[in-house]
Design a protein around this ligand. Structure first.
Ligand SMILES: [Zn+2]
Length: 349
């Protein structure tokens, strides 16, 4: 039986820093909405991060990506108590495992204008040193107009796009009007749930169906946008075949005439954002559809399809389902230790 091969899959929106969130203590009260989820979970977790926890979080996230045939990650990072050098830590962890990464630091005025300035400086430092990445903005609703303009200006100066959460929740009101004068085709607009159909923003939308359901923010209905669309996980792993399946069933739930071919086009949109991944090679485990491996109709209903071998840039980085450059068991053990430290710090935040 001949095995199926594809290029490396692309996760167009990830938060590698969230890999150690699993098992964290429950929030002080049950979040009642999206802003509550941010304030009680994610904005506490990001403050507890230091460079060591970022490193092991990224190592674990990169290993998990490789183990699911994802060879390229577009990451969006925030660690307000450990900003300087954080993007290098993520890039080095991914390089060690053998996964491609595009890094961005999500600037925000949540911690004052100085916090935004230091976030912007981290983007600039990393990119000017030759790092692959974009300029990050957390979201318009946590940034002043001056911060948005500074980030957009830096991106133009450095010849890269901006990676920003857009209208994920209803609180991001007026975001289209604020970003419209700044956004260009190389921007990554993440979520877009609460945008009008004719929002007028330039850029590629990243649809994160599982995360949107988990945060109860609503269905983005990405098929309504004229912009290109790609798929991301928003930090919930990097199993892109699984995200494709979720994207399809969420689409189908909204529109019974929806075809998995549309969700597959969104998955393929990742290759326009990270073209190098097209040169990577994933050999998948034999499944019921080996004769038509990339057939969206079959893959939409074939669960548990995993890679056997992954080649990145000609090097075998996963063999027999196991990473070759790092010991996955060791990474998991070290990450688990780091998670205990991280979760302990959360008690004081
Ligand atoms: Zn996100």
């Amino acid at each position: 039986m001949e095995a199926a091969t594809t290029p490396g899959l692309v996760c167009a929106h990830h938060h590698l820093y969230s890999a150690l969130a699993r098992g964290m203590p429950a929030p002080p009260r049950t979040p009642a909405g999206f802003i509550d989820i941010l304030e009680l979970v994610w904005w506490r977790l990001d403050r507890a991060l230091d460079l060591e926890s970022i490193r092991w979080s990224a190592m674990l996230g990169a290993v998990e990506a490789l183990e699911r045939g994802c060879t390229a990650i577009i990451d969006h990072h925030e660690s307000p108590e450990a900003i300087d050098g954080s993007l290098d830590v993520i890039a080095e962890a991914c390089a060690e495992v053998g996964v491609r990464v595009s890094c961005a630091y999500g600037i925000t005025d949540r911690h004052g204008a100085d916090g935004a300035r230091r976030g912007l400086a981290e983007n600039e430092r990393y990119l000017r040193a030759g790092g692959r990445g974009m300029v990050g903005i957390h979201a318009a609703f946590t940034c002043s107009d001056a911060s948005l303009e500074s980030a957009a200006g830096l991106a133009v100066d450095l010849g890269v796009g901006v990676h920003v959460h857009v209208a994920e929740g209803a609180a991001d009101v007026g975001v289209a009007d604020r970003l419209r004068p700044l956004a260009t085709d190389d921007w990554l607009l993440v979520h877009g749930v609460h945008l009008d159909d004719d929002h007028g923003l330039a850029g590629t939308f990243v649809h994160n169906p599982r995360s949107n359901m988990n945060n109860s923010v609503g269905y983005a209905r990405p098929a309504r946008f004229a912009n290109p669309v790609a798929l991301g996980t928003d930090g919930i792993g990097a199993d892109m075949l699984d995200e494709f399946r979720v994207a399809y069933v969420r689409h189908r739930e909204d529109d019974v005439t929806a075809s998995p071919e549309t969700a597959w086009e969104w998955l393929a949109g990742g290759w326009d954002l990270f073209p190098e991944a097209r040169d990577d090679r994933v050999t998948w485990s034999p499944v019921a559809c080996v004769d038509a491996p990339m057939d969206p109709w079959r893959l939409a209903f074939t669960t548990g399809v995993g890679p056997r071998t992954v080649e990145v840039d000609g090097e075998v980085v996963l063999a027999d389902g196991r990473p070759t450059r790092v010991d996955a068991d060791e990474v998991r053990a070290r990450a688990a230790e780091e998670a205990v430290r991280l979760h302990r710090r959360l008690e004081d935040i």
